[in-house]
Design a protein around this ligand. Structure first.
Ligand SMILES: Cc1cc2nc3c(=O)[nH]c(=O)nc-3n(C[C@H](O)[C@H](O)[C@H](O)COP(=O)(O)O)c2cc1C
Length: 262
C-alpha cells in the first residue's frame, strides 16, 4: 500500500509526491498504463441516457470520486464537493425540476429557425428524462471561495473560467472512472440553470458559498449509444502556426452541427 494514497491525506509537494505518483501509475512491467488501454477507455466512454434499476455500490461511487479528487485544478484549489444522492424522493424531485427546465429549453428552441433547432427540444418534452431511473446522482459543486487560490490578476480576469474548468476537469475524470467500472453516466447540465440550481440547493441544503456545476447520473447502461461523429485528426491539428486553410467556413460549421444531430 502506498502511504497516503486511498486515504484522506496525499503528500502534496516535492519529489516524494512525484515518486509516489509515479509508483502508483507504474505497472509491474515498469511502464505507465498502456496507451492503447487508455484510448479504448476514452472510446468506450459514451453518454448513457437510459439505465437499469440495478443498484450501484457505495464502493463504486467512492472509486469514481477518488479519481476526481486527483484531477488538476487552478492553483490546486480543489473547489469540488460531491453530493451523492440515492434517496428516491430526492432523485424524483431533481428529475422533475430538470424536466421543467427542458420545457423552457423547448420554448427557446422555437425561437430559432427549424433547421437550427436541437432535435430533442424541437418538440415538447412529455416523457420523464431517462436519467431519472439511474440509482445514483452525483452533484458536483464548487466552493466559490476557493477562487482566492489563483493569483490576483487571474481571480479578477479569469476567475470564473478557471473555477469552471477545474470542476470540468474533475467531471471528465469521473466520466472515465465510471466507464472503467463498466458503469454508464449521463452528464446533466440543466441543474446549473439559475432556477433549477436554486431549488436543488434548497432541497439538498447546499450552502450559498457553493455553486452547482453539473450532475452525473450513474447506473448500469440499458442502451447502446449510436455511433458518434468524431472530427478527423488532420482537420483540427495545427503545427506551430494556425493553418488558416483549415479554418472552416460558416457553411461547413452548419453542416457539421447538422451531421452531429442526425
Ligand atoms: C459541458 C457538457 C454538458 C453536457 N450536458 C449534457 C446534458 O445536459 N444532457 C445530456 O444528455 N448530455 C449532456 N452532455 C453530453 C453530450 O451531449 C455528449 O458528450 C455528446 O453528445 C457526445 O456524446 P458522447 O458523450 O456519447 O461521446 C454534456 C457534455 C458536456 C461536455
Amino acid at each position: 500500500m502506498i502511504p497516503g494514497v486511498g486515504h484522506d491525506i496525499i503528500p502534496c509537494s516535492g519529489r516524494d509526491y512525484l515518486k509516489l505518483k509515479v509508483e502508483l501509475l507504474r505497472t509491474e512491467k515498469g511502464v505507465f498504463m498502456n496507451y492503447d488501454d487508455f484510448l479504448e477507455l476514452a472510446r468506450k466512454r459514451r453518454s448513457i441516457r437510459k439505465f437499469k434499476s440495478d443498484p450501484v455500490s457505495d464502493e463504486y461511487i467512492d472509486r469514481i470520486i477518488e479519481v476526481a479528487r486527483l484531477a488538476p485544478s487552478g492553483g490546486n484549489s480543489q473547489p469540488w464537493e460531491f453530493i451523492v444522492v440515492r434517496k428516491k424522493e430526492l432523485k424524483d424531485r431533481i428529475t422533475e425540476l430538470v424536466k421543467g427546465q427542458y420545457a423552457i429549453t423547448h420554448k427557446m428552441e422555437l425561437t430559432r429557425g427549424p433547421e437550427l433547432r436541437f432535435p430533442k427540444y424541437a418538440k415538447p418534452i412529455t416523457e420523464t428524462p431517462g436519467f431519472g431511473n439511474a440509482p445514483v446522482f452525483i452533484i458536483l459543486c464548487g466552493d466559490l471561495r476557493t477562487k482566492e487560490a489563483y493569483p490576483k490578476d487571474v481571480v479578477l480576469v479569469q476567475g470564473d473560467s478557471i473555477f469552471t474548468s477545474s470542476l470540468a476537469s474533475a467531471f471528465g475524470y469521473m466520466n472515465l472512472a465510471a466507464t472503467s467500472l463498466g458503469l454508464g453516466v449521463q452528464w446533466v447540465s440543466a441543474v446549473a440553470s439559475p432556477y433549477v440550481q436554486t431549488l436543488i440547493k434548497i432541497l439538498l441544503h447546499i450552502p450559498k458559498e457553493l455553486e452547482i456545476y453539473h450532475m452525473m447520473a450513474v447506473g448500469h447502461p440499458d442502451m447502446v449509444p449510436p455511433p458518434k461523429l468524431v472530427r478527423a485528426r488532420d482537420e483540427l491539428i495545427h503545427y506551430d502556426y494556425y493553418d488558416v486553410a483549415k479554418l472552416r467556413t460558416e457553411q461547413q460549421i452548419a453542416e457539421f452541427i447538422s451531421a452531429c444531430r442526425t
